[in-house]
Design a protein. Structure first.
Ligand code: ZN
Length: 348
């Protein structure tokens, strides 16, 4: 393991934006979930909110995201020269889906690109591009930017490119969905990355990490179950969940009060309600959960229902591990599951 300079020295270096420390450390900011280079020009965080790490891998492993101002991923030596065209490609495609041939045309073998993103960021190249783009565009719409403006900010070449991406998630293009009675959606920031939240008057119906591969199918299921349009916008439950999540991540909340609108098969509902009974800071096993549903043979079906949960963190499917204590799977990525379990054990 690489040694870090003394903390006083590092904090002093970041206050002075000392470029002699470039590459020696990165700092993560608890309050924003962002990590930076020592020379970042953004507002300086309070010392108690800073965590120092030796490299970007550790910042990612702790659930922090790269700063848009100082772009820590692009600092010297962090991105190997061969991979640089991948980031240029991600910037340049403007919402079009990147296919293997595009990666080959950039002079890179697609399997190598895939391995690189998986190892470095724990997600696919496509998921990385999709999360970044959609997050930017949705944030624009919520801040009152016109769709055209949001399209430009999000790196989409045209409004139709954005509408297609939105339609892939929600089926209804924004222009139309504004006129419908519909569910409201918003991107929430979290220390583990941006999350997509959807709410209706019955309660919160989706909370999921934006880079999750299954998010598109989750949204399709949601529309079918609720038979409603989804559009970016305000809703009292979205405001409430943002507040409660901040408290949860700060360690001051162990239970959520926001109403949940759970819909699914009777078996799914049974499993999800059992999940809701697992206390904060505790874990249980698939086998025990199967027993509680009255059918010890149903371990697999329980695992499946667990994976179909649409309310990450709130319906705590991350509290289910294998009988031997092995973490097993998690839709949002194992590193998030580990993070949530550790966090809850620390604050209960
Ligand atoms: Zn920064």
């Amino acid at each position: 393991m690489r040694m870090l300079p003394p903390i006083d020295e590092m904090y002093d270096a970041l206050l002075r934006r000392d470029d002699a420390y470039e590459g020696l450390f990165y700092f993560c900011v608890r309050t924003t979930g962002i990590f930076c280079r020592p020379t970042c020009s953004a507002r300086k965080p309070k010392r108690k909110n800073v965590i120092f790490v030796p490299n970007v891998e550790e910042a990612f492993a702790r659930g922090y995201r790269p700063c848009k101002v100082c772009r820590p991923l692009e600092s010297a030596g962090q991105i190997p020269a061969w991979a640089a065209p991948l980031f240029e490609l991600a910037e340049s495609v403007n919402g079009k889906r990147i296919v293997d041939q595009d990666i080959r045309n950039a002079g890179i073998e697609p399997t190598r690109a895939r391995r690189f993103f998986k190892q470095r960021y724990g997600m696919t190249f496509h998921a990385f591009c999709r999360a970044e783009r959609l997050g930017k565009a949705m944030a624009g719409i919520q801040n009152g930017t016109s769709i055209e403006g949001a399209v430009l900010d999000g790196g989409y070449q045209s409004a139709s490119g954005f509408r297609e991406a939105f339609a892939r998630l929600f089926g209804t293009p924004p222009a139309k969905s504004r006129e419908l009675e519909c569910l409201r959606t918003e991107i929430l920031e979290s220390p583990l990355g941006p999350m997509l939240a959807v709410a209706g008057d019955g309660g919160l119906c989706l909370l999921e990490f934006l880079d999750r591969r299954a998010i598109e199918s989750q949204c399709a299921v949601l529309q079918r179950l609720f038979n409603a349009g989804v559009a970016p916008g305000e809703h009292r439950y979205l405001i409430q969940i943002q507040e409660e999540l901040s408290e949860y991540f700060a360690g001051s909340r162990t239970e959520f009060d926001v109403p949940l609108d759970l819909r699914g098969t009777p078996f799914q509902l049974k499993v999800w309600k059992k999940l809701l009974k697992i206390p904060h800071g505790k874990t249980t096993s698939y086998a025990r959960l199967a027993q509680q549903t009255g059918n010890p043979q149903a371990r697999r079906a329980v695992g499946r229902a667990n994976g179909q949960n649409r309310l990450a963190i709130l319906v705590p499917c991350h509290r289910v591990v294998r009988s031997d204590g092995n973490l097993c799977g998690y839709g949002g990525g194992l590193w998030r599951k580990q993070w949530l379990i550790d966090h809850e054990r620390q604050h209960c």
